[in-house]
Each structure stands twice: as C-alpha cells, then as structure tokens.
Ligand binder design. Structure first.
Ligand SMILES: [Zn+2]
Length: 333
C-alpha cells in the first residue's frame, strides 16, 4: 500500500482557509491582547481550567481529572466539518483562563497554534498530540483513530495535571491506570478484526478512519479521492471513476462514510454503494454527545465488524475478483 504521507502534503487543509478566516483570526488576536490572555498560576485547591481543541481530547482530560478539572472543548458539534472551522473571538475567550491546553496538531487545528503564539508569555501547559506521536503537517491528521495515540496523550495529560496540582497526584495516577485499562477492549477488538479481516480491500469517502483501518490491516483504496474530500478540493475525473468502479464492481468489502465531511460527491458515492449492495458504515470526526472516547470507538468497531461480516455473505468478492478472505485465520464458520 502506498504511504499516505506524501499525498497529504499535496493539498493542505490550509487551501480552504479564506480571507474571511484570516480576518476572524486577526479579530481574535486583538481580543486576546485586550483581555490579557492567560492568568498563569492558580491556587492549590482551585479547579484546573482546561481547553481542548477537540472534544475527544476534552473527554480524556475529564476522565483523567475528574472533578479537579473544568474542561472546555472547542470542536464539539458532530454535524459540522472540523476541517472548515474558523477561529473566532469566542475561541480566543475560551483560552483566556486555560492553564492546560490540549490540541491535535498536524494541521488539523492550525488556528490553535496561532492563538497560542499570540500570547507566548502566559503560564500554560500545552499538549500537542501530533508531537507525542511524531506526526506533522502533511501526515493524516486524524491521529485519535490510531489506537497508539490516546495512551500517549493520557500520560502527558496526567503528568500535566499532577504538575499543576501535586496534592492530588495519587488520584491522577489512579485515574490514568483506570483509563489505560479501559482502552484494552478497543485493542482486543482491533486484534480480533485484524485476525479475521486483514488484507481485505475497503474504501472511504474521507481519511478520518485511516489509522484505525491500518491497525486492522485493511487495504484502504481511493486515498487521493479521500484527500480531496478532506481538503474541499475537486477529485480528479480518474479518481472519481476508480471509486465508482470499486463500488459498482464490488471490489471493496465496505464503504466507510464520514458523515461529518459530506458534499454532493461523497453523498453520491454512498448512494452508489447502497445501490451496488456494498455494506456501508458511518463514522464521525467528533465525539458524539453521550459517548466517551472508549464507547465511541467500540461502537464504530462493532459497526465495522457488522459491515465486514455482511460483505462475507452478500457475495462481495474483494479486489480483482479473488474470492473473499485470504488471511491465514480465515472467516468465522
Ligand atoms: Zn477529516
């Protein structure tokens, strides 16, 4: 499989940043200056104010900090495309009091680095998930779908909370142990799916599920098309034709559909998959209301398992018409 790194660097999220986005950013930088961004140290028994750029990181901080943290998440609407988010004065205001900031990096949320750079003097601990896992702008930015990312973010967050509030270090340590333990069912499900389905061809409308797909060992097709969807640029006629052929000829076992980054073209692909009886599953970029990171990931893995299992029985053949599963462990009887 082709490495996706170079492909991501071709069309950055920045492409769709408009003049109006720059105007918004200027406005909020001014707002920051006026408000005296950052309040620095806080009293030992105070609640720790935390801002997470994305709500799944916010959820992790909440699980690790319990009632010792007050978490504000900026990207939290599962009906909006985070790739189109523009920072506003409200974003800057949310950051005013934060003593801990967590964000994704890798060009997913470039507005956050800009806001933070505008207030270098503030006493604030900043955790960037991309830095923890060695990713940068141009890499697939959906790092929270990589099972290896959250344990690293959790350890960094726990360290930061203990540093800010040493009196409660034992509670943070216990919460971290509990959190890491709670990720084990996700790893077990990934291993199970890998054992059963590694090597099978699948496709997706947008790269959000890419790292999870890699962890399961699926063969992810049509990655250039997905990048165009992510960056809001036009997919080439050849890439569209290849995607349509994969669905019409059922060369893929599942279509993974990003319900949060939709446009006429991706909706058309969803419809074509349904008409062609290619199983589909829906994923989101942002944590849906009422779910934790763990229950969110597990419910999506369950949905993927159902979709892959449906592909076992509905006659989908996989790439090049070669019949079905080729991995050593085979299918369930
Ligand atoms: Zn995305």
């Amino acid at each position: 499989m082709k490495t996706i790194g170079s492909m991501f660097s071709r069309a950055r999220h920045a492409l769709k940043r408009s003049t109006s986005a720059r105007t918004h950013l200027c406005t909020c930088l001014l707002a920051l200056a006026a408000l005296g961004f950052g309040h620095g140290a806080f009293a030992a028994d105070a609640i720790i104010p935390v801002v997470a750029a994305e709500n799944f990181y916010g959820d992790v901080v909440r699980q690790l900090g319990g009632d010792r943290v007050d978490v504000t998440s900026i990207l939290s609407n599962p009906d909006q495309d985070p790739h189109l988010f523009e920072a506003s004065p409200a974003t800057a205001r949310a950051l005013q009091h934060a003593s801990l900031v967590v964000y994704n990096g890798a060009d997913y949320d470039p507005w956050m680095a800009k806001l933070l750079a505008a207030s270098k003097g503030a006493q604030r601990n900043v955790i960037v998930a991309a830095d923890l896992v060695g990713k940068k702008g141009g890499d697939n930015p959906h790092l929270w779908y990589d099972p290896a990312t959250l344990p690293k973010v959790a350890r960094a967050v726990s360290d930061a909370l203990a540093a800010a509030d040493p009196a409660h270090k034992s509670a943070y340590d216990a919460n971290l142990a509990k959190f890491l333990d709670s990720l084990k069912p996700i790893d077990a499900k990934v291993a199970e799916l890998h054992g059963r389905y590694a090597g099978l061809p699948v496709t997706a409308t947008e790269p959000v599920f890419g790292y999870m797909s890699d962890a399961i060992g699926l063969d992810m097709r049509n990655q250039r098309f997905q990048l165009a969807a992510m960056n809001d640029t036009e997919a080439s006629a050849a890439d569209i034709a290849a995607f349509e052929r994969d669905l019409r000829e059922r060369r893929v076992r599942v279509l993974i559909y990003n319900s949060q980054a939709t446009e006429a073209l991706t909706q058309r692909m969803l419809k074509l998959a349904q008409q062609s009886k290619v199983p589909t599953m829906s994923v989101t970029e942002t944590l849906p209301a009422g779910k934790t990171y763990q229950t969110w990931m597990l419910s999506q893995l369950d949905a993927l398992q159902k979709a892959l299992a449906a592909g076992d029985t509905n006659g989908a053949n996989g790439a090049n018409g070669v019949n079905g599963v080729t991995n050593a462990k085979g299918k369930t009887p």
